[in-house]
Design a protein around this ligand. Structure first.
Ligand SMILES: Cc1cc2nc3c(=O)[nH]c(=O)nc-3n(C[C@H](O)[C@H](O)[C@H](O)COP(=O)(O)OP(=O)(O)OC[C@H]3O[C@@H](n4cnc5c(N)ncnc54)[C@H](O)[C@@H]3O)c2cc1C
Length: 243
């Protein structure tokens, strides 16, 4: 099976801090959280069906993160350098570099922890004219037939499709493996193909700001029943609850 996994290298979101209206992004880089689930799923499919798993990453080419993907079990990484691509450009960079691999399945995370548009997999699906199942929670492949449970928090549906296809996965599908010391050492021998791709972005990022939450700090002084009534009234006034 020809398996391709897209993984994005992002600033470690657990270390990003806000300073007033500015985001302090000068933090170590990491593989975006759900992209580790995408990598794990790709490796599990290879273990089951044989074949090869190629990883592709666009933008940051942090060596430590690429090595981590290879240590987990990816066979080869295509590292695409670029200055500024919008979502369409990112999808184009992926498509241009994987179309000759004839992938049976392309696996993405369902959302990155930085830009988080969930746009990339859909654009790739459109550009390659392949079916796309998003938010996959469990996956079964029998011959060419693909059966997936997919959905968001409040609902899950079972859908069927056929290889070749694209899926996106979240944290529920598996538990990403932690590489052994031997796998980490062997990863340095695996190939990393470095390429560049540029496309003038149609969307320009002007500024990135933290979401600032200003608390109202209202204290309701009353007995419990009265306080609950007043709180509900206040929440309705503010449009948090329906009247
Ligand atoms: C240096 C830099 C410059 C940028 N300039 C612009 C700009 O000018 N205009 C603009 O609109 N945006 C810009 N961006 C944002 C960029 O377009 C997005 O980071 C990118 O399109 C991915 O979008 P997303 O994070 O919303 O991915 P999502 O769609 O949320 O990602 C879903 C899944 O797609 C895959 N994926 C996403 N991104 C990548 C990737 N880079 N490599 C491999 N797989 C991936 C992963 O599996 C991921 O889990 C810039 C980003 C960087 C780092």
């Amino acid at each position: 099976m020809n398996i391709v996994v897209g993984f994005k290298i992002v600033p470690d979101d657990t270390l990003v801090r806000a300073s007033g209206e500015k985001l302090l992004l000068d933090v170590p880089l990491k593989i975006s959280t759900y992209d580790k689930n995408a990598i794990e799923e790709g490796i599990e499919l290879k273990e089951k069906f044989g074949g090869k798993v190629v990883g592709i990453t666009v933008g940051n080419n942090d060596k430590k993160s690429i090595r981590e993907a290879l240590s987990m079990g990816i066979d080869e990484v295509i590292s695409v350098s670029s200055r500024n691509l919008d979502v369409y450009g990112t999808a184009m960079a992926i498509v241009e570099n994987i179309k000759n691999l004839n992938p049976d399945i392309i696996i993405f995370g369902e959302q990155t922890v930085d830009s988080g548009t969930s746009g990339v997999p859909g654009y790739v699906s459109e550009l390659l004219n392949l079916p796309y199942i998003s938010n996959v929670k469990s996956l079964k492949i029998e011959g060419k037939k693909v059966i997936a449970d997919r959905g968001m928090v409040s609902y899950v549906e079972t859908v069927e499709s056929e290889l070749p296809l694209i899926i996106s996965v979240g944290g529920e599908i598996n538990t990403p493996r932690i590489p052994t010391v031997r796998q980490i050492m062997e990863s340095s021998k695996k190939p990393v193909k470095e390429v560049t791709f540029e496309l003038e972005p149609k969307v320009k990022v002007i500024e990135t700001k933290p979401l600032v939450v200003n608390r109202k700090k209202i204290i309701i002084e009353a007995n419990m029943n009265e306080a609950v009534d007043k709180l509900l009234e206040k929440l309705k006034e503010d449009g948090v609850l329906w009247k």
